[in-house]
Ligand binder design. Structure first.
Ligand SMILES: Nc1ncnc2c1ncn2[C@@H]1O[C@H](COP(=O)(O)OP(=O)(O)OP(=O)(O)O)[C@@H](O)[C@H]1O
Ligand SMILES: [Mg+2]
Length: 362
């Protein structure tokens, strides 16, 4: 089973650095997402692993075989890397039935008719599209077409499956359904999945590990919940989670007290960091609205969704986002109590680096 190793992989287009010295090990059977804002180098990274783009420097190996090495002049073409692709525009052949679409690539590989028939059946069943076998793509819904495209990509049994925003053309409900299907599919095949998305929720919910990039530079590579709970820096903290984390500028005073947003607090371990300018990061779900809490704020606005309500609280000049679970609402301008729970994160104001994660003691 394939383990993919990238060592110091860079890609420059002229002077522009699209991917900068990327080091990454993708474990066998992992479901990895490459996550980050538009233009951060996700597609370029994927294309380099697949062999569709030549790195400027570095080396890449798949399953112990060096497929690219700038210094040794090794560069295997995509068809020698045993990989499959699924792109955002997954055009099926309109004049072929579902069966023919899935079988086509296998015919090109000169598989026998019986072997092709068995494999197509297997995929139709795996993706739950048996009933559409004889239909043409135009007779299918977007989600059904998507499943055919996935079946077609999986047909030759690639060791690694690359997907570049494959769900972005689908509506929200279908996207959700396909995420479930993809996760299930990953379990049912023994392929390694490398998935590109700029949607943090998709990355959180699908992957075993997330690789988050900004302007070609790897920011953090960790399991999604670890990244959510203990982001390496302010960029990662801000990118993961919706509603986004509260960031409040402040100061860590020489005596170890934190002063931020009109509040004073202590955090275990903060004394050791030394006086400096900091940013306090607090997840909205760790701010509880609680009538008996001594801290009081004014309700600025609320966004009830039924399952939860996002509440903007004004504490002096500071606006805080809190999340209240359940079917609750608060009148604007009313006074509520609030308290901090679980951990907050201290970021260095200059570098954005995560300095400390601990509960706030008010
Ligand atoms: N062939 C090229 N020539 C010059 N610059 C390129 C080329 N391909 C990509 N780039 C640049 O490299 C950077 C990374 O591009 P890439 O396509 O990897 O971004 P991405 O993270 O996939 O973004 P998106 O989410 O918008 O798809 C971008 O700034 C892009 O403009
Ligand atoms: Mg892209």
């Amino acid at each position: 089973m394939p383990e993919i190793v990238l060592k110091n992989v860079s890609k420059r287009f002229g002077k522009f650095v699209a991917v900068d010295h990327l080091n990454l090990t993708i474990e066998s059977n992992a479901f990895i997402t490459l996550l980050g804002p538009s233009g951060c180098g996700k597609t370029t990274t994927l294309r380099m692993i697949a062999g569709l783009e030549t790195p400027t420097e570095g080396s890449i190996s798949i399953d112990g075989t060096v497929v690219f090495d700038a210094d040794r002049g090794i560069n295997l073409p995509p068809n020698k890397r045993d990989v499959g692709f699924l792109f955002q525009n997954y055009a099926l052949w309109p004049h072929m039935t579902v069966y023919q679409n899935i079988a086509f690539g296998l015919e090109n590989l000169k598989w026998s008719k019986d072997r092709i028939a068995a494999r197509v059946r297997e995929l139709l069943s795996l993706l739950r599209i048996e009933q559409f076998e004889k239909r043409y793509p135009s007779e299918l819904s977007g989600g059904q077409q998507q499943r055919v495209a996935i079946a077609r990509t999986l047909a030759p049994g690639p060791k690694v499956l690359f997907m570049d925003e494959p769900l972005s053309n689908l509506d929200a409900k279908l996207r959700m359904e396909m995420r479930t299907e993809l996760k299930r599919l990953h379990r049912d095949t023994d392929s390694t999945f490398v998935y590109v998305t700029h949607d943090q929720l998709e990355a959180m919910t699908l992957s075993t590990r997330v690789c988050i990039m900004e302007t070609g530079v790897l920011q953090q590579y960790a399991p999604p919940l670890e990244m959510y709970n203990n982001p390496a820096n302010r960029f990662v903290a801000d990118f993961m989670g919706n509603p986004t984390m509260n960031f409040i500028d402040g100061e860590l005073l020489p005596d170890g007290v934190l002063s931020f947003g009109g509040l004073r607090a202590r955090m275990k371990g903060a004394e050791a960091l030394g006086a400096r300018k900091i940013v306090v990061g607090i997840r909205p779900e760790y701010i509880h609205i609680d009538a008996s809490a001594p801290l009081k704020a004014t309700v600025y606005s609320t966004l009830p969704s039924g399952m939860e309500t996002t509440v903007r609280l004004a504490y002096g000049d500071t606006l805080l986002t809190a999340v209240a679970f359940g079917d609750v609402d608060y009148p604007a301008d009313s006074e509520v109590g609030f308290s901090f729970h679980k951990a907050a994160i201290l970021f260095d104001q200059q570098t954005g680096k995560n300095l400390l994660r601990a509960p706030l003691e008010i």
